[in-house]
Design a protein around this ligand. Sequence first.
Ligand code: HEM
Length: 415
Amino acid sequence: HRQIPGEKGLDHTLDLLAEGFHFVPNRRDHLQSNIFQTRVMGKKAICLSGQEAARVFYDNRFFKRKGAAPKRILKTLFGQNGVQGMDGEDHKHRKRMFLSLMTPDRLQELQTITQRLWRQKAEEWERAERVILFEEAEEIMCRAACEWAGVPLPEDEVKQRTTEFSRMIDAFGGTGARHKEGKRARERSEKWIQQVIKQVRSRELQPPPYTAAYLIAMHTERNGRKMDTATAAVELINVLRPIVAIGRFIMFGALALHEHPDVEEKLRRTHGEYARMFVQEVRRYYPFAPFTGAVVRKDFLWNGYQLKKGTLVIMDIYGTNHHPDLWEDPEMFRPERFRDWKGHPFSFIPQGGSDHYTGHRCAGEWITVMLMKTSMEFLTGQITYQVPAQDLRYDMARMPTLLNSGFVIENVKVI
Ligand code: HEM
């Protein structure tokens, strides 16, 4: 066997917290290897990067997800017993529940809802002195998600619920207060959504049968039984929360427009195809999901390296999207690179790789692309605004990260 390159030291958790999105790419570059060994959170971990590594990482014969996510992530971002930690037929069955929501009709409906909400909000912004786009985008996404999913959202709860979803996402790499807030947000959110699940089951609430609230509440597992209330709530939150997450990509999209006036100009002139390329490049270029994890299912050999059963393996998402062997000038923002792009299941993996049905690739990728496209077309085609001087930096050590200013706009006018 070949020796897996590794770094010395007892534990590198502090380096992970200090380097964030660059932790894996820095070591891949330094060791000149797409596989290396480290120790984080008191555990040995093997890090993988690049297309061929992704191909093996998403091979269900060699990896499983049960036990991969640390407890602190289950208490904040994921929740207990959700689809992320399932394997085999049980996973495929649960996954189909999510994918059944993603039909063209249902996407169209979500788009229509979102367009209406952007327009309503923009009319309010005309009267406001300044607008923090990140916060507004998250709120619009939260309203759209709930309306589309058949989850009642009273007007006086909008801000609180949006903040709760946002904090669950923000807790990913957080320690201390950020972790605690994420945990509290999940507890409150689960309590709320458990009530919704109970009401749908008792018919006190009657959302249409094609909505997420209905389908998840009534979904039967492979054993013929409904999910327990807590698990059903975790899964309904797995639809709502990540739609709110799209607010971050919208914020980064707005930054891209601001920093690349030529790109903005093209987007204004040629919607459609160029908008699609732009959205892909935002998802590739800007940092959101840093990596994902799995556990080795059984001993196996990859390129002469032995991976041992039970080992934690970290797949580098950000670094693969910036890998110098896969992308020309990876640190340049260039939508044109996606012009004749046919798609590749293992090299462009902002929301996971491989196949949506058989693997753990994000169930909401189509929604994400559609809502970003809709939102960017709105920002370039339906309003005008100015971008005042502000702190537009973002911290690559923070996971997930955001612009220090949240992207402030002024003088908004609806066209
Ligand atoms: C899984 C990213 C939006 C639902 C994932 C994974 C990533 C991801 C990295 C894990 C892939 C893996 O472990 O292999 C994102 C990002 C989003 C987004 C960056 C946008 C900002 C959405 C949306 C939905 C959604 C809009 C649903 C409406 C899910 C679900 C899973 C998942 C259910 C679990 C899939 C499984 O374990 O089989 N996402 N996602 N995501 N995502 Fe998303």
